[in-house]
Design a binder for this molecule. Sequence first.
Ligand SMILES: Cc1cc2nc3c(=O)[nH]c(=O)nc-3n(C[C@H](O)[C@H](O)[C@H](O)COP(=O)(O)OP(=O)(O)OC[C@H]3O[C@@H](n4cnc5c(N)ncnc54)[C@H](O)[C@@H]3O)c2cc1C
Length: 382
Amino acid sequence: MKVAIAGAGIGGLAAACLMHDTGHDVTVFDKFDTPRPVGSGLVIQPVGQAVLHRIGARTAAVNQGAPIHRMSGQNERGRHVLDVSYGIKNDGVFGLGIHRSSLFDVLFDAVKSRDIPVIASFEVAQRDDQQLIAQGGQRSERFDLIIDALGAGSTLSPLKAKPLPFGAVWGTVDWPDTELPHDQLSQHYTAARHMIGVMPCGMGRAAVFWSLPRDAHQAFRTMGLDAWKKQAVDMWPAFAPFAAQITNLDQLTFAAYSHGSLSRMWSTGMAHIGDAAHRASPQLGQGANMALLDAAALSHACTLAQGNDALKLYRTMRWRHIAVYQIMSRVFTPMYQSQSPLPPMIRDTVLFPLSRAPLVPRILTHLVRGDLIRPLGRIRRR
Ligand SMILES: Cc1cc2nc3c(=O)[nH]c(=O)nc-3n(C[C@H](O)[C@H](O)[C@H](O)COP(=O)(O)OP(=O)(O)OC[C@H]3O[C@@H](n4cnc5c(N)ncnc54)[C@H](O)[C@@H]3O)c2cc1C
């Protein structure tokens, strides 16, 4: 098939490689003059790493990232209220903390090494008769399949996601001289009104984040850098050497979160993948993995079936996994980001003690690894 990939983000670049490798003629479109990533760090879970492995990009990603073996959170009383491990240390299974720019570079190198054409400065406005139409009216050639990987602001997706009440500011600093474990994602909470976190993301860097109500970004900026740093360090003294590197509020970028998914991730001649198909808060650290898994499922479905049958199969492979993680994200997010005292109370007094009960740690490990249920469903060869 002649395949257009709209969007050179995580899902789009992965889909480009995988569709190319299964024999399709692929072209990638993005609005950037030079395709480039935005944002800070993210975690690629073992299921996402498996997709990177198929592309031949996992080793490069691991070299640029940092292994994360544990996710840990403490409340305002200094008590652990989140403690999830990836399993046995040194068994090769870990979350990969990586800066978005490093992941982008790794995936973009994989696209370039396959000589896949990337059309830059093409801001997709809509599609018409299997052509992409840019803002300004420029038309692409005609494609058999269009893959919508335009992310959360997709102009091709019918998804109307629900804005979540919280987002966060994110920044990147150097990993300082600190006793904080460098293989751990660490968070501190005041109830669920404030959350501060530090995530190793490789190459001696750390992603830092501070959660904010959706409408509070301006108030945060008005409060000023020094007042915020004092609040953050009072809340978590070990954050001081990270905070010291933030000398300007412009180092912190606000990201709003939303939630929702398409019940039908395709229409004739077009498939939606990644954030264009489903969105959730990053609390479970699954969004990029979902985009990678969608790319893997779609490319595989296209080897097993053709036309709409392939797109139906793609949806069949993915919908259960997406639904389970959407539900989990919906349940867990308010425990960590909410103005109400009730969800964090449940987190501290019910969920955390429950998480220590026999078998539950194992379930939580699979939840963060991304394989609580089969990510690609049961595939039957036709
Ligand atoms: C602050 C934050 C932290 C996160 N942390 C994690 C984490 O730890 N782990 C995790 O797995 N996920 C995380 N996520 C989620 C993850 O980043 C997304 O789910 C993932 O990037 C989705 O990939 P995608 O390919 O669908 O979209 P994107 O990666 O957003 O790519 C979309 C691409 O489309 C291009 N584009 C957009 N509109 C147009 C247009 N009209 N025309 C042409 N090109 C266009 C963009 O330039 C971009 O290149 C986080 C998200 C946020 C906001």
